[in-house]
Design a protein around this ligand. Structure first.
Ligand code: F6P
Length: 370
């Protein structure tokens, strides 16, 4: 492991889907490192800036200074760019016979770190990006991970940054659907991102007073939902709000996958429309569906996300200074802890179906489709 005295230059990268708070982490990492006399560069678009030079005629690295980061805390997105396509460990390439094969290009990236005299990496990402960072760590590069994702599906941290902003927007969106659903006596089905975990749907659904919440952790039965809603309508309610996680699955069916290609993560979508189609013959109300999708990833981070992002960024540099590597900074209130990347890589944190928030939903009379 490199000692602090030997660190002169560090790199930061942002990988996977963008999340509000990325720029705040970049700012805290940059200023904390510059204040220790270290040089800081940002790698463009995940690791692309290091191993796909043809994409970046003006250079794959961005020099990060006090000036570059001074105004970026409230900005959504990432000033470095990101990608959730073309995993460099399984990079899709055309073989001699024209078929697509997956190639491990991690050694080219390691060579890029050496060529640019980068002594350590702060990798900001979700499970995919942090698993990649763990590979570089095992190949000898000191690495500190920072947990990012609106989905909140990372293990060993109470929360990822980006989640609070996404849930806030999701809740406000559900609030807005109540009045139009009521005015038209309709069932509004709203689809939320979250991949295979139901955190965004559960938290916003309960906070936004949804009637039904369908999450991937609980396979649903459309007949159960129809009976539940019909009873509500018989009791006098004239509309309903159904929250559907993009990864929700019926008791018989699979998730709604709209794309699966080499080197790419599965793309989910269409769960709300599918559910609406299945529900329509079973209820006597008009149904409309709406997808929040990428709107959940946009906007300025909430105070919570800004603060936790700044805390994560500063803690990552302290961890490096203390001589750590192969760890992720993690929220463990009231503090920020360090947890081994090995305990985070290739794992997912699902909603425990007996957790307090689930029990709250059931006590409030929300239907989970089971
Ligand atoms: O992981 C974050 C996330 O926003 C998921 O909730 C969603 O399934 C995915 O990214 C969508 O990514 P893309 O940008 O490829 O549409």
């Amino acid at each position: 492991m490199k000692k602090v005295s030997s660190i002169k230059k560090i790199a930061i990268n942002t990988g996977g889907g963008d999340a509000p708070g990325l720029n705040a982490v970049i700012k805290a990492v940059t200023i904390s490192a510059l204040n220790r006399g270290w040089e800081v560069v940002g790698i463009r678009e995940g690791y692309n800036g290091l191993f796909l030079p043809e994409k970046f005629p003006d250079g794959g690295l961005i020099n990060l200074t006090y000036e570059t980061v001074k105004d970026i805390t409230p900005l959504g997105g990432t000033i470095l760019g990101t990608t959730n396509r073309g995993n460099p460990l399984r990079f899709p390439m055309k073989s001699a016979n024209g078929t697509i094969v997956e190639v491990d290009r991690s050694d080219e990236i390691m060579a890029g770190f050496r060529r640019n005299k980068i002594d350590a990496l702060i990798a900001i990402g979700g499970d995919g990006s942090l698993s990649m960072a763990n590979v570089f760590q095992k190949k000898g590069l000191p690495v500190i991970g920072v947990p990012k994702t609106i989905d909140n599906d990372l293990e060993k941290t109470v929360m990822t940054f980006g989640f609070d902003t996404a849930v806030g927007f999701a809740t406000e969106s559900i609030d807005r659907l109540h009045s139009t659903a009521q005015s038209h006596s309709r069932i509004m089905v709203v689809e939320m991102m979250g991949r295979y975990a139901g955190w965004i749907s559960l938290n916003s659904g309960i906070s936004g007073s949804a009637d039904v919440i369908l999450i991937p952790e609980i396979p649903y039965d459309v007949n159960v939902v129809a009976d539940f809603l019909n009873k509500k309508f018989e009791g006098g309610k004239n509309y309903a709000i159904v929250v559907v996680a993009e990864g929700a699955k019926s008791k018989e069916g699979s998730t709604s996958v709209i794309e699966k290609e080499a080197g790419k993560s599965e793309r989910l979508g269409g769960a709300a429309e599918k559910f609406a189609k299945d529900l329509q013959p079973l209820v006597d109300k008009e149904i409309r569906s709406v997808i929040l999708g990428h709107l959940l990833r946009g906007g300025s981070p909430t105070t919570f996300d800004r603060l936790v992002s700044l805390r994560f960024g500063a803690a990552a540099i302290r961890a490096l200074e203390e001589g750590h590597s192969g760890i992720m900074v993690a929220l463990n209130p009231p503090t920020v802890d360090y947890v081994p990347l090995d305990q985070v890589s290739n794992r997912m944190k699902f909603v425990p179906i007996d957790c307090d928030t689930m029990k709250t939903g059931r006590d409030l009379g929300i239907c989970f489709g089971d």
